[in-house]
Design a protein around this ligand. Sequence first.
Ligand SMILES: Cc1cc2nc3c(=O)[nH]c(=O)nc-3n(C[C@H](O)[C@H](O)[C@H](O)COP(=O)(O)OP(=O)(O)OC[C@H]3O[C@@H](n4cnc5c(N)ncnc54)[C@H](O)[C@@H]3O)c2cc1C
Length: 435
Amino acid sequence: MSKILVAGAGHGGLVAAARLAGAGFDVTVIEKGKEGKLGHDWEDGFSFERFFELTGTGYADYPEGSWHANGNMIYYPPNKKAEVTSDYSENSLKVMFRSYILNALINRAVKSGVKFLYETEVLSSLTRGNKVTGLKTDKGDFEADLVIDAAGVFSPVRRSLPDSFGIEKETRTGDVFYAYRAYFDKTREVNPDFPYEMYVYHDGEKGLSWFITDENCCDILIGRVFTLDDGHINELLDEFRREHPWMGEKILHGGTVAPIPVRRALTLMVADGYAAVGDSAFMTTPMNGMGIDLCFDAGEMLAETIIENPDFSASNLWKYNRRYHIECGSGDSKNALLKNALLSLPPEAVDFLFESGIIGRNELMGAGTRVSFASVVEKFFKGIRKPKWFFTLVSGLLKGEKTAKLYAAPPEEYSLPEIEKWSRKISENDIPVKE
Ligand SMILES: Cc1cc2nc3c(=O)[nH]c(=O)nc-3n(C[C@H](O)[C@H](O)[C@H](O)COP(=O)(O)OP(=O)(O)OC[C@H]3O[C@@H](n4cnc5c(N)ncnc54)[C@H](O)[C@@H]3O)c2cc1C
């Protein structure tokens, strides 16, 4: 029986593992965390319907307090002078504590026959010639016919692959969003009209923060495209406390910093005996950093490719890689370029985009997916003219369109020279971000 190792209990890896074990493959997940203690201590938004379908669970399986629906949002630019509100009452984002999401995915995988090795740290990939042959861990080496890399944004599996595999290994400035997340106690009852406050370029810094006044706590996220130290986090928390006197001092959940990839997905994410899924392949929507639904999609696509043809060569796995880009990677690559264009603007330009209405309710609610060339040009010709900032934004949109087209048309067959040519064309459009 073919042996598959999944590095890390990432969401996409767990979805693929369950499907593959159910189809008769010998699948083992190697995870550095402790059994029953995986996942960040906070809630994430994603499609509950899809999750229920994948895990065979429903609302009745989740206790009160494990999930809730977010309220309406208000967005502020850096100078906090303008504000844009969003009415999500029809379709509010539901969030669930990460431990429940992972437990349900793990239970499903175990029922399908997946084995788990906890408290085992993957140190690197094992390779022979052009092939990945297994994983090196702190408990010894493990051989496999296929390694699925679900070990997150800084995966040691991806980062230890030989350069000759053609897979991008490292991230650049602006590719990773470092997010501090904590839930503080609430010292008195308040019910704001817009409990979900989003601060774009909070404090004039590249990134965003949110302050959510929940029923029993204050949920805070401070995210930047640079690493955050404790001193700076505390300054920003104090500022939030001054603005929201009901925020207490006691941390109820979270209180740590974690990375989120916010860039276009890896152009090449497979090799002989290797496939990356989820954050290890940078599968998120860059403007909002959401990756769980994309993990579900990618995990299913990978499993379907292998079940259809149990061949672990790069040529066969390329079908998964290709399909992901056509169905998901293309749209998110466009979003990545717009995000980088916005990040290359100074804070006063973001103030202007809010005040002029170039960034309004429609654009913010769609996490940038609804910002179109036509809508920006229309506003420009209505007399809102700040050429330099306008052209930065338009260039982000145009480059985004070009990149998305390229992502939607990857080479038909796996050929490293062809893939490298295609990847190079894509990277020519990139918009670099400075800290
Ligand atoms: C603050 C924050 C808020 C977020 N909010 C949302 C949200 O609301 N909605 C959404 O869709 N997404 C959200 N995301 C993004 C989302 O978490 C990821 O995109 C998603 O989890 C996919 O990542 P993954 O499962 O591939 O990897 P990860 O979640 O990073 O999981 C990787 C797993 O591999 C294990 N691992 C890592 N290294 C090793 C090693 N060397 N050896 C063995 N095991 C290892 C880890 O312990 C972990 O279990 C958020 C992220 C952060 C940080």
